[in-house]
Design a protein around this ligand. Structure first.
Ligand code: IPM
Ligand code: MG
Length: 356
């Protein structure tokens, strides 16, 4: 029997609750498709600061590097907000992304038919929305040196090399080949030199993918187009900070940030995590929506473990559960037949997985 080692980092806030549900669903799917998942649990973020005094302990990073995939919940919370930047929970996440060379962040945004009313946009605008944000994750302003905070002045550096751009552009074109064969590269080339370089390199990469159409869009326009006509997009390729912002915007098109998964990959080991944060305000109440986390587990099966059938089974189960009217509180207003707790909906999804 195939056996995979999963490094589980539950994190802070709602992280532990939603991670438990993802594991429940993974156990059900691995049973069904005949493979074994061996979980090992490690700390990162606030939980690690409390125990080790640092947001990414060495043992967590070592375990992640040795694993087949990292399944990660969420980190952060008010308790740790006033620590110096390098000791904040977020620094742990950035460091693990960089250390695993997880430079490609895939953030799909698609509409569940049953939830079109949950979006703040009009249902007619949502017809045919199915887009994928391919966000560069280990470069740009997040990591550029020098970075300085002085008393009366502060600065950051946006830096990209052609190699960094080329490898993420390839990921975007490969993804487009399996989708609707359109890439929209989002930048600020009317102002930034880095964006000019992105355009040059992406144009070069596009030559290897003659079937894929490439367009360029300024980021301010893209932010506007995403709410004006989101169905025009297939793959959005962009740098780190723009991708951070646009993927949150794209998530709301779908009705709840609690629904969207993500994969951070490309390097040694991938990290699979929901795009939402740790939501400390609702932690521990059993009302968090675990679907983004469960769908992230499906992405892990597909991209890290090549268990495509198992990934599909989870995605189908989630759709069927929503279709049958099971809802967590965040989306209860939209067609709920039964309002479920975090753990109830996790159990229902894992039962559906068995039946699919
Ligand atoms: C995300 C988050 C992170 C980011 C934070 C927590 C550092 O917003 O994964 O989108 O900015 O990348
Ligand atoms: Mg973000």
């Amino acid at each position: 029997m195939k056996r995979y080692n999963i490094c589980v980092i539950k994190g802070d806030g709602i992280g532990p609750e939603i991670a438990d549900e993802a594991i429940k669903v993974l156990d059900s799917v691995s049973d069904k498709f005949g493979f074994e998942l061996n979980y090992e649990y490690f700390l990162m973020g606030g939980a690690a600061i409390d125990v080790f005094g640092v947001p990414l302990p060495d043992e967590t990073l070592e375990a992640a590097l040795k694993s087949d995939a990292v399944l990660f919940g969420a980190i952060g919370g008010e308790k740790w907000d006033n620590l110096p930047r390098n000791l904040r929970p977020e620094s742990g996440l950035l460091k693990i992304r960089k250390s695993l060379e997880a430079y490609a962040n895939l953030r799909p945004a698609l509409i569940f038919d049953e939830l079109v009313n949950a979006s703040t946009l009009k249902p007619e605008i949502l017809q045919d929305v199915d887009l994928l944000v391919v966000r560069e994750l280990t470069g740009g302003l997040y990591f550029g040196e020098p970075r300085v905070k002085e008393q009366n002045r502060a600065y950051n550096t946006m830096v990209y090399t052609t190699d960094e751009i080329r490898r993420i552009a390839k990921i975007a074109f490969e993804a487009a080949m399996k989708r609707n064969k359109k890439v929209c590269m989002v930048d600020k080339a009317n102002v930034l030199e880095t964006s000019q370089l992105w355009r040059e390199v992406t144009t070069e990469v596009a030559k290897d993918y003659p079937e894929v159409s490439l367009e360029f869009m300024y980021v301010d326009n893209a932010a506007m187009q995403l709410v004006r006509n989101p169905a025009q997009f297939d793959v959005i390729l962009t740098e780190n900070l723009f991708g951070d912002i646009l993927s949150d915007e794209a998530s709301m098109i779908c009705g709840s940030i609690g629904l969207l998964p993500s994969a951070s990959m490309g390097g040694k080991v991938g990290i699979y995590e929901p795009i939402h944060g740790s939501a400390p305000d609702i932690a521990g109440q059993g009302i968090a929506n675990p679907i983004a986390m469960i769908l992230s587990a499906a992405m892990m099966l597909r991209y890290a473990l090549n268990e495509n059938k198992a990934a599909e089974a989870i995605e189908k189960a989630v759709k069927a559960v929503l279709k049958d009217g099971y809802r967590t509180k965040d989306i209860a207003k939209f067609g709920a037949v039964e309002i479920c707790t975090t753990s109830e909906i996790g159990s229902i999804i894992s039962d559906y997985v068995k039946k699919i």
